[in-house]
Design a binder for this molecule. Sequence first.
Ligand code: F6P
Length: 331
Amino acid sequence: MKTIGVLTSGGDAPGMNPAIRAVVRTAHQQGCKVLGITNGFDGIFDGTIEELGIPLPAGMIDRGGTILQSSRCKKFYHQEGIDEAFKILQDLGIQGLVVIGGDGSLTGALELSRRGLPVVGIPASIDNDMAGTEMAIGVDTAANTIMEMLDRIRDTARSHRRCFLIEVMGRNSGYLALTTAISCGAEIAVIPEYFYNMKRIVDLLHHRFQKTRDNSIIVLAEGVCDADTFINRMRDEKGGDFDQEIRKTVLGHVQRGGIPTHFDRMLGARFGELAVTGLLQHEIGCMTALAKGKTTLVDLESVIGRKKHPAPELIRLARNLQIEFGDAVEL
Ligand code: F6P
């Protein structure tokens, strides 16, 4: 294998740049050239493809986002689009492809692999919703950003005896909401994997405020509903307004940007290096993964389309720390 392509796709995630850097440096070390495809899978059709040589652009280790840019490619929703992309990649002489992205992007990677292109995927999405790996690139940085924001909101919540509802990202995943509720000592986490119990939530808030005039923090994953809808549902359950003032903050895309943490830089480096090593050893149709702290390759066929459930240890931890997060959905 002499020519490897690399692209980033889907929502950007801090740590994608260190992963690209590791792909390029490892490939060069092994005597391969790397073609960087800009703007995700769209770049294959647009022909925005350039060789990535050494030295690489400055700031690849310490910048969030992705220097290759990203997109959610509509053509990849159709088999004909993927057929066309496969043909273009072959004509370009790309003998192996590294796809860095989330669930949807790695589904595209699997489709290319099924057509015979050697592909290795790297999970990168702040949602941490990819089955088969304990962590994806970007999760740690996003969680640290949320943690800082929650700490700041707690200051003002305490000062004004308010209840704050904070909406965080996580389309189908409560990982960010639950883990930051734990790390910030929030009272309530509302996550898509568990049924929230509105009566218990309302009672908890009422008692905290009546007994001690205490502030409260609720962390809501966007995958459940938006913050306004949730506050309306709280009022419906209460049968009117709360004695305590309730405010909302929607963190939004601030969670996706920022300087990657040490963990995400290391994960990017480890996954990038492993992806190229795997390709060169003909370990193809795989995804890099973290299992019990070690990096490994898992079969894309076995992880794509599989739902990731919160780790039992995390659920036990949240229960024992008395975070209200609802009841298990029968899975
Ligand atoms: O990358 C994952 C994610 O950040 C989700 O948490 C969120 O729902 C989605 O992407 C937002 O995507 P976009 O920026 O395209 O609206």
